[in-house]
Design a protein around this ligand. Structure first.
Ligand code: MG
Length: 253
């Protein structure tokens, strides 16, 4: 099932994707369950929003060996955690705005876990029941500032640096799914989730032992190799087989 969040009659609403339509839900599905209003709207008639409003955006760094190598780093011994501010999130179709402070902004297409309930100190074998579903994020990064600053809050935290969507797939099969990013239709990254160093269960368990995850929180599971600079006017697509495609244009500040 695919759960989208969208703008309808001056309100953010949730709905279930049904072909080209959305079946409108009452309230938040993690609170109210799947309570249908009976209304349907054409997806092309509404503005899709980021599908969750998390308390925090947790990210895993260097989780694909080929990506760690391309930035001259080793794969870590345990999942490397960093955070992006919730204010970096934008939805499908929204612009990624290049900040004047950077001369080198890269895309990073990442499989993203959406947490379904309060998650603290859990073991890998108990993780599945805590996952609401999966979506796609672009961990946009000002690469020059990442190395200049030494820590990553600024380089990964600018407004619009976390495009998210297009919806949450609740029945996604992680194993063997392909990730692909494209700039203006040209394939930039192409990888398989089996290339991940730490798998989803290990990641969620590890994060939950370091900070409490709340319903709706997201974990970006790391970028494959092929990080590439983006520029004003580019159209960025991040596609994950079994979820969909997240599309965002790029503009200068
Ligand atoms: Mg990343």
């Amino acid at each position: 099932m695919r759960i989208a969040r969208f703008w309808l009659n001056d309100e953010a609403r949730f709905g279930v994707v049904d072909g080209p339509e959305l079946r409108v839900l009452n309230g938040h599905p993690l609170v109210s369950g799947l309570e249908y209003t009976g209304d349907r709207v054409a997806m092309k008639e509404v503005k899709l929003l980021a599908p969750t409003v998390p308390s925090k955006v947790v990210c895993i760094g260097k989780n694909y060996a080929a990506h760690a190598a391309e930035i001259g780093e080793e794969v870590p011994d345990e999942p490397l955690i960093f955070l992006k501010p919730s204010t970096s999130i934008v939805g499908p179709g929204d612009s990624i705005v290049l900040p004047w402070q950077s001369e080198h902004v890269d895309l990073e297409c990442e499989l993203t876990i959406v947490i379904g309930k309060i998650t603290k100190n859990i073991e890998p074998e108990d993780v599945d029941a805590h996952i609401w579903g999966y979506t796609i994020a672009n961990d946009v990064t000002a690469r020059d500032l990442q190395f200049e600053d030494g820590q990553w809050a600024r380089s990964k935290g600018f407004d619009t640096f976390c495009p998210l969507g297009p919806w949450i797939e609740t029945e996604f099969e992680v194993e063997g799914a392909t990730l692909e990013s494209r700039i203006n239709g040209e394939v930039i990254q192409h990888a398989d989730t089996t290339d991940m160093v730490f798998n989803v269960r290990d990641i969620v368990s590890h994060v939950s032992k370091n900070m409490t995850l709340l319903p709706g929180d997201i974990i970006l599971t790391g970028s494959p190799a092929g990080i590439t600079p983006i520029k004003n006017g580019d159209i960025i697509e991040c596609e994950i087989e079994g979820i969909g495609t997240l599309l965002n244009p790029v503009q200068s500040q």
